[in-house]
Design a protein around this ligand. Sequence first.
Ligand SMILES: [Zn+2]
Length: 278
Amino acid sequence: MFKKSLLHIGLISLISLNSSICLAKTIPSITLSGEIKQGGLMLGKTKPENKVTLNSKQLTVSNQGDYVFGFSRDDKTHYQLVITASDGSKSTKTLIPKMREYKLQHIKGIKKSIMQPNLEALARSKQDNKQIKAARKISSDITSFANGFIAPIKGTITGVYGSQRIYNGVPKRPHFGLDYAGKIGDPVKAPASGKVLLWVPDMFYSGGTMIIDHGQGVSSTFLHLSKSYVKQGDNVKQGDVVAAVGNSGRVTGPHLDWRINWFNVKIDPALVLKINAL
Ligand SMILES: [Zn+2]
C-alpha cells in the first residue's frame, strides 16, 4: 500500500514535470564538434537567430547557424558557453579544456645570421609580425571552417604543435605548427576553402608566408614556401594547389609548416583534421 502511493506520487510528479517542460520556452540545444582540449578548435551549430557567448564574449553566428572558437596551448580557463534564444531562454555548458603535455625538440645547425639577427633583420621581423597579426584579426563572414579540413600535403609529420623548441641549445618559443617533410616545389593544397589574406615571399623567420581566411577568425598559415600560385584577395577552394613547399626563413631543410589560428589563438592543426563537420 505504502509502495503504491509512493509510485502514485512519483507518477504525478513526473507528469507535472513533463507538463511544465511543455509549457516552458524551448531551451536551445548545444551542438558542438571538436576536442575540449588545449589547442582544440570547436565548431558549433545553432539556430541563426540565437546569441552565443563564451565567457560573456559574443561569438559570430553565421546565417546557417555556424560558430567557432578555440583553446590556446596552455589554456587553463574554465569557459561558460551560453546560447540565448530569441525568446530569452538559455542553455549553458561549462567547458574545461583538457591539459596536455608537450615535447622538447632540439634543433641544431641554424645559421648564425638567423640566430643572432642584426638590427635590419630585427626591424624586418617586427614588420612581418605586424602584417601577420593584422591578417589574423580579420573576422569575415566566410563559413568554410564549418565544412572540415584536409591535410595540405601528404608528407611525413616531422614536427608537432606545442613542442618546446631549443635552437642551437637556446630555448625559444614553442612550435605551433604541424611540420610535414617535403621537397622544394611539392604542391600545397588549401586545407579548407577561403580567401588569401596574405602572401609575402620573404619574411625573415618564416620565409614565403601565406595566410588563408576560413571565416570567423579561423585561418591557415603556411611557412617556408618557395612559391605561391595565388595572390592576395583570391578565393580558393578546399584542395586547390595554392603554393609550393620551400626552405625559406629559419629552417634546416625544405618542409611545410602549417598553422591554424582562431584570431590570435594558436590552434593544433592535428586536432582540426579530426573534427567532423556539423
Ligand atoms: Zn615548423
